[in-house]
Design a protein around this ligand. Sequence first.
Ligand code: GDP
Length: 686
Amino acid sequence: MARHRNVRGYNYDEDFEEDDLYGQSVEDDFCISPSTAAQFIYSRRDNKAGCPEPLEEEEYGYEDTEHSNCVSQKLTEIQKAQLESCLDHMREVLGESVPEKVMVEAVLHNKFDVQQALDSVLSQDNKPNLKTKNEDPVLTGKAPKGKDRDSHTARVEPDIVPKVTKMTVSGKKQTTGFEIPGMTVEENGHNAFPPQKGLSSGDANVNVGAAEILPKPVLPSQTVQTFEEPTMAPTPVKRSGKAKQQIDVKAELEKRQGGKHLLNLVVIGHVDAGKSTLMGHLLYLLGNVNKRTMHKYEQESKKAGKASFAYAWVLDETGEERERGVTMDVGMTKFETKTKVITLMDAPGHKDFIPNMITGAAQADVAILVVDASRGEFEAGFETGGQTREHGLLVRSLGVTQLAVAVNKMDQVNWQQERFQEIVNKLGQFLKQAGFKESDVAYIPTSGLGGENLVTRSQSSELTKWYEGKCLLEQIDSFKSPQRSVDKPFRLCVSDVFKDQGSGFCVTGKIDAGYVQVGDRLLAMPPNETCTVKGIALHDEPVDWAAAGDHVSLTLTGMDIIKINVGYIFCCPKEPIKACTRFRARVLIFNIEVPITKGFPVLLHFQTVSEPATIRKLLSVLHKSTGEVTKKKPKCLTKGQNALIELQTQRPIALELYKDFKELGRFMLRYGGSTIAAGVVAEIKE
Ligand code: GDP
């Protein structure tokens, strides 16, 4: 299974043969050059099929043209009104880019059916023309592919928009608390940080650290739902709990999805590496975004002066994300490959949003690491402070073992093999140290903006002369599906809570173990309250059951929504998860500068939990390979050490021993905006 791997250096798992370390840096002397941005230019070409005559340059008012005049004179008043209304609608989608005359003709030709009129306009030559800086034949070589797709997607196109769910991150949305009497934040040492939350100015490290460590406000209100589309709310399945049948989950799982395996994929990498553009374009080429929607994004992004972000907008849904041009929340959507159904999570690359990225990565089976091949940019992401390393370490520590590295923006370096190889060598060395097996890492040269080598192998000679490997989609398809712990008791860690229209409320999250059926009773921990599952939705479809590995929405009744928070665990009442405020753990210290001492305040991250905690005791230093105690009660812990420590949280959290449930027994510790350690739960105290 994907998550069965232990933190590097621990001796729990036979899988750990190598004795290299997490967090060990590769010394490199890089220089940073200014970034170069690609241009996204919409080609306003004449619409050949729909409008054979040359078009007037500026004024497209249909009354002004001779042709339209004679057309409009033939229309009845009602038809004129219909025409106006259709044109209004088309202008909303197409903006100024299509001459009015073409639109009028399309409307009349399609007998006032605005959808078909739009389709006919869009299926003609007005397709997005993505120009990168250098008019590379590699990029132009992709055009026929796009056309192939387009011709076959020119069927009836309702608005096809990938459903992007925003995964709530507990650090932001957790609002209620279980205060431990007599224990204040100050006692925990959390006031050691300036009380400010800054996202833009100054040292991001310091500011984010402060924001993370500060106690969360205890508000009466509940977590706010963050679904972008109302349709995302699962339809509750009306079914009586009594009629519940026992199912053979393993057999059902085999049958489901036409035999396709489910795979949770997270996209990680330094900010601006092109993650959103790459995945947005992939979704577009797969037909998950139709031309009309894409056109709308182009128009909107152009208006906002961010034309090059059009594809990124497919996944970056919120106004603020678009405004800032960065992904903040974890966008989730679904697509299919030949053998798999993929739940895609687009994690933010910006340092400010690492906690959000951890949430995404915690739910992933496999990852795509996107790096920017441009000179200076790869180096900026890779050196200390860049997110390439931190993300790589984080996903590995969170149990991801298979990785595809998209060496992106290859158009910026003229698809040079030497540059590709240079990046592969540097990253390869680092990823090995981070604990990835060489055979589990694949490198794919891509251009997210140009759409090159994404869903089909590139035909361009510039690439084919030295690259014969897979395209990105083929690589995703060839990831091994992890084993699901369906035999274990049910566990689901809440990533979002929201009120549905009907009775009850909904929680979303990935099922870590076991399975759930409509009508089941579940126990929520830490509140220790039970409820009934009224409905289950998987990828927005109502289903009767769901099992380990599935990202689901559960509609629950018999419990007050106010009691449930992001990070809580729903479990089987007969074999419940434990809740505690004190536990012992084996940790591996990352590349830290200041040694860790007793009383050290940290932010504990696991699954979707992000909770202030204190290192209560330093129990022993352990040998990296054997796990034997080399020193008892050390005064401090330094980089690269393995140690047994005791952690104290402010509020109860539900977790498991690593040996019982790997997914729920592994965590990260962060301090001052950096990840300082990865750990596994060894003993639960109280
Ligand atoms: P993210 O922060 O990693 O999600 O990056 P974005 O997808 O928002 O992209 C950042 C910028 O890089 C945008 O201006 C993109 O248009 C640009 N970009 C993304 N992919 C490519 C590519 O393959 N080639 C070029 N030239 N630019 C790209």
